[in-house]
Design a protein around this ligand. Structure first.
Ligand code: AOF
Ligand code: ZN
Length: 342
């Protein structure tokens, strides 16, 4: 299973909206074949492993270790569970059950029904945290990320962009973006920071969808940097929009866009992970709504003193009692803290 998990990792970044999955075929103490899910729409890990066998007859009586329950449905590909019964696999060891309701236990049923011995371990959940979260909670896994000064400010003066952190933290935040299917910011951050919200330093097959929450989209300045790149943008505007938008922009207007509405929309679209990147009020709103699952904070060794906005700016104090500090590290001259909800 350890080897199957390592194989699964090779597909990381190429399989969305599908999970990463690895599979190993074993007989006695011999490894006969290894496989993984290479890319969305392509063969599943089980089928990839079977294809690596020198002869398909070798599958008869063999054991397959697979990091996720074999599928039971006709999707982009036919059901793997059925295939395993046909080639005569004798035993399947499964890393985790598939939370996707299309499968969810039905894969195991098909295998057991055909007389295959099935063992389910709970060892591979950490391979696909947002995939699992999405199907269990019916919303994306939400990460909040911000950089702040030693005195908890995001800028030196309200209304200006301040460069807080160094190169290593920048590279780390680019890496973080590659793992997200969507990035969300508020209107103030769009205006003040004028960000691109793209992944620039790392090649990525699926650039995150860029989401901006605004009051009146028709008042936005189309010269802002976000509109100068081709990656998809989703504008969620409270006021109705009548404007002609550039082709990479999708507009949804005429709703309040409560945090709940945003989550519902993203769930409907199959967005499994969301990164919130500012500003202070948006962050406070999502935190207060109990919708933040991970918090990543970079702390830069500066003190802004009087001016500037606090990193989280809401009405009331928020308890982080059910969060745990899972990682702390130094990145250049900055510090990075990561908290997760229990
Ligand atoms: C994968 N790769 O190795 C396994 C998957 O549309 P399809 O046919 O590709 O089906 C996607 C679903 O199949 C996926 O959500 C998951 O439930 C199941 N298993 N998917 O992409 C794999 N084993
Ligand atoms: Zn499958």
């Amino acid at each position: 299973m350890q080897l199957a998990s390592e194989l699964a990792q090779k597909g990381r970044g190429h399989t969305w909206t599908n999970p990463i999955v690895g599979a190993v075929i074993v007989k006695g103490d011999k490894i006969l074949a290894c496989g993984y899910h290479h890319q969305f729409g392509k063969a599943h890990a089980e089928i990839d492993a079977l294809a690596q066998l020198a002869d398909i007859k070798l599958a008869r009586g063999a054991t397959m270790y697979v990091t996720l329950e074999p599928c039971s449905h006709y999707g982009k590909t036919p059901p793997c569970a059925v295939k395993l019964t046909k080639v005569g696999i004798a035993r399947v060891v499964i890393g985790q059950l598939d939370p996707n309701p299309l499968v969810a236990g039905k894969g195991c049923q098909i295998l057991r029904h055909a007389g295959i011995q099935v063992t389910v371990l709970q060892q591979t959940e950490q391979l696909n945290p947002s995939y699992n979260f999405f199907y269990r909670h019916h919303r994306p896994l939400v990460t909040l990320k911000y950089a702040m000064s030693l005195d908890g400010k995001i800028n030196a003066k309200t209304g200006i962009r301040s460069k807080l952190t160094g190169k290593a933290a920048y590279q780390d935040s680019q890496q973080l973006r590659t793992q997200q299917q969507a990035i969300l910011i508020g209107e103030q951050t769009l205006k003040v920071d004028n960000p691109q919200l793209t992944v620039r330093t790392i090649a990525t097959a699926y650039p995150p969808l860029r989401i901006v929450l605004v009051n009146d989209a028709d008042q936005l300045d189309l010269r802002q940097q976000i509109f100068q790149t081709n990656e998809a943008i989703l504008l969620l505007s409270r006021r109705r929009s009548f404007r002609q938008w550039p082709q990479q922009v999708e507009i949804q207007s005429g709703y309040d866009w409560s945090t709940k509405q945003v989550m519902q929309l993203l769930y409907q679209r199959g967005v499994q992970s969301l990164l919130i990147e500012g500003g202070s009020r948006v962050q406070a709103t999502f935190l207060a709504a109990g919708l933040v699952d991970r918090i990543i904070v970079y702390i830069a060794p500066v003190i802004y003193g009087g001016g500037g906005l606090p990193a989280v700016y809401g009405e009331k104090a928020l308890s982080l009692a059910n969060y745990q500090l899972v990682k702390q590290q130094q990145l250049g001259n900055d510090y990075r803290f990561e908290l997760r909800r229990n």
